[in-house]
Write a protein that binds this ligand. Sequence first.
Ligand code: NDP
Length: 278
Amino acid sequence: MSSKVPPIILNNGVEMPQLGFGVWQVPDDEAQRAVATALESGYRSIDTAAVYGNEEGTGRAVAASGVPREDIFVTTKLWNSGHGYDKALRAFDASLAKLGLDYVDLYLIHWPTPARDLYVDTYKALEKLYADGRVRAIGVSNFETEHLRRLIDETPVVPAVDQIELHPHLQQHAAREYHAEHGIATEAWSPLGSGKGLLEVPAIVAIAQKHGRSPAQIVLRWHLQLGNVVIPKSVTPSRIKENIEVFDFTLDIEDLAAISALNEDRRTGPDPATFNAG
Ligand code: NDP
């Protein structure tokens, strides 16, 4: 059983598995099944969010797994309607209750929602949760360099993670460079391009054939070799297992270059500069 996903070390010394399991768009009861399959398959990191509506199913699967709590890395995220210092603290309490946990490993601000202009105050609430030992690490999601720069200038704790859309069609060079300069781990959401055609791209299919692997495994391996944290999602048991079987082969320089040539700066999701929903 491949339960040994290597960790990356976050900027506060906490270890986070480099590969985890995402549950966006998975209904609550199905999330329980999918997370259970993931934990049985060796995943030890789960990525949920308040807005996904499946913190309860995720928590039930964690509780029922028999895996010690301290061996599982749980991430959840503060939704846009929870921005503001006091609201963020209350939103965290609600997430924790739904998960049935007494701490989370990583708490993220889901989107900066620049029109609200509350993300600095919101982040200060996360710093309070961190100081109180209710989260092991804090970070952000969908923050662009200008948003990160404000946090770094105006608050003491540098985010441990920025979870952003990142895959071969959207390689985020500037963001990755900024993260590296400031000790922020880059976590890739929709690492497989969210099932929207990336896995049929001929260059990826050819590399898959060369290694006797699936296109999804090739894309995940590319992320890992770049140093990204990845959280592929699947509700299909065979794919859940397949997506973690990526630690026993290596892409060569030509493979990496061929995938890196696929960048189109093309998003599948919203633009963080203008996304203010919720
Ligand atoms: P992924 O890039 O992980 O792709 C998931 C899709 O690919 C599903 O349709 C899945 O199908 C399919 N798939 C998975 N594995 C394979 C495989 N081995 N072969 C073929 N197809 C496969 O997309 P997501 O958009 O879900 O992103 C992953 C996670 O990132 C989310 O679940 C969530 O945790 C996080 N996320 C965070 C966001 C944020 O704003 N912070 C935004 C979006 C996502 P099936 O399930 O039917 O098997």
